[in-house]
Design a protein around this ligand. Sequence first.
Ligand SMILES: C[S@@+](CC[C@H](N)C(=O)[O-])C[C@H]1O[C@@H](n2cnc3c(N)ncnc32)[C@H](O)[C@@H]1O
Length: 280
Amino acid sequence: MLAHATDDGDFTLSQRDFELIASIAKEQAGIVIRAHKMAMIRGRLLRRLRALHLRSVTEYCELLRGPDADRELPQLLNVLTTNHTAFFRERHHFDHMRSHALPEIYARSTRGDGRVRIWCAASSTGEEPYTLAATVVASQPPRNLDVKILATDIDTDVLARAEAAEYSREVYERSPPDLKGQLQAESVGHDTVRIGANLRKLLTFRQLNLVTPWPMKGPFDAVMCRNVMIYFDAPTKKSIVDRCVDILRPGGWLYLGHSESLSPPHPAFELIGRTVYRRR
Ligand SMILES: C[S@@+](CC[C@H](N)C(=O)[O-])C[C@H]1O[C@@H](n2cnc3c(N)ncnc32)[C@H](O)[C@@H]1O
């Protein structure tokens, strides 16, 4: 039990309530929450307690066990997800994309259907898909190609922030100095920037839970699915990677996070570079 009672309420998280939250995270989003994360989970639940004016974690868990649970679930998942991200995070992927993947994709598309489709599968607050858009624009795709980037996440709060395309200047300034110009950011007031319209127009944001059936058929030329599978167990990861095979074109690229390499190797993917895979 993690106890924290104050005059404002009883924020104790009992083992039973922790188990309820962990089972919802696993069932609804595939997210595995281990016991050592109990303090972090309690902190996150406090956000929901405050929003709902509840005075104890137990009261909140009663809500989750009751008939109104379905209405609360999306909000619960929003606080349970970890959304850390950055512009040009793991920049070697964008370097690879610009120098290797995109030129090949444009050549294939020019000879074929004229479409280029990229999926950013856990887009969080948008830094990653805008970095993808910046990389595409900087690579000067042939004008006649129809280039689109789909950005999805389970968390509706981060999707709304991503769609707004506005970032604090501090977040923007953390981008690599030699690359941040590619974001074509404009000032909005003193402390905020907005990602350039040329980049924004390439993107579509949608809510998508990676562990439920995917509504889109593809085929995609590239999928970026980074720093999300670390939260899943091995069977869930395998099922997502298997579905990436189906949704990618032959020769399509899969980019995973730095600690998410395919182990054991997947027969449908060839390892090309640091957590960069190519569909055979
Ligand atoms: C740590 S962030 C990674 C963001 C970005 N891909 C990056 O590498 O910078 C993980 C993201 O995965 C999302 N996520 C977690 N479980 C998910 C699920 N089942 N389906 C879709 N997105 C999920 C979270 O909401 C969060 O925004």
